[in-house]
Design a protein around this ligand. Structure first.
Ligand SMILES: [Zn+2]
Length: 255
């Protein structure tokens, strides 16, 4: 046994490595156990060029889903690691409500991988901001933790203070799509002293989960209106609102 292996075994004994989702002991660091890995609803190619939602079969490069065609998003492209269910949902909740800030590193690495087509190295990595009063209550912004991890793993400049939430909004949970849009329409601003840094730049907006897209759409409008060249969105999870993601078009959730 080499010294390195012996040290590793000693460390495993002192600090047992746990599955990030279910806390079961696992052999690899920063990972999931076999059972959670199998249940993790990863998004994989082929996917919609605009919304990053998977297709059941390959229709060629840069193909848009019927939903993206029916209602093109204001952002350029959206990429997400997984659907918002099973272990993906547990991880989002663990980070946001369970205070598991240690999850942000591995979740951010997965996001950097899912969003590698978006990351240019020159991009500004901007988290969806919390209002300061909510930040005080929760003590951290999970999207900022994820954005820092994405920039660390995939490149780009972490910009936690560029976009601000100037108005406290009601929680989006339980609101209709129209009310969600109204709720966040004028909630965001770009700090005056950061306007110059934004001109002509590519922004990657980071959030833990996208639901109807009203929050990122409001952020996107603010950033484009303030001089950003383009905005893409990278989230850990994508909650496809039931019935709104049907291939036949249906209602559009990402407007
Ligand atoms: Zn597990």
């Amino acid at each position: 046994m080499t010294l390195k292996v012996a040290a590793r075994l000693a460390l495993d004994f002192l600090l047992p490595v746990r599955c990030l989702s279910c806390d079961r002991r696992v052999s690899s660091e920063h990972g999931l156990c076999a059972s959670c890995w199998q249940k993790m609803p990863f998004y994989e190619k082929p996917w919609c060029y605009r919304l990053g939602t998977p297709f059941s079969y390959d229709m060629g490069a840069e193909v848009w889903s019927p939903r993206a065609i029916a209602s093109p998003p204001e952002f350029g492209r959206l990429r997400s690691v997984a659907a918002f269910e099973g272990p993906a949902r547990d991880l989002v909740h663990g980070l946001k409500f369970g205070g598991r800030r240690d999850l942000a590193g591995p979740m951010g690495s997965w996001m950097a991988r899912a969003g590698q087509e978006l990351l240019t190295g020159e991009s500004l990595i901007v988290p969806v901001p919390l209002h300061w009063s909510r930040l005080i209550a929760r003590r951290f912004n999970q999207s900022a933790d994820l954005a820092r991890a994405v920039a660390g793993a995939g490149g780009g400049r972490f910009e936690p203070m560029l976009l601000r939430r100037s108005r406290r909004t009601r929680r989006q949970v339980g609101l209709s799509s129209a009310d969600r849009r109204k709720n966040v329409r004028t909630a965001f601003t770009v700090s005056d002293d950061r306007l110059a840094d934004l001109q002509g730049r590519h922004v990657i907006l980071i959030d833990d989960v996208i639901t109807t897209g009203s929050t990122v759409t409001a952020c996107c409008r603010t950033l484009l209106g303030a001089g950003a060249e383009s905005v893409d969105v990278l989230t850990f999870a994508h909650a496809d609102v039931a019935g709104e993601a049907s291939p036949s078009g249906g209602k559009t959730s990402l407007s």
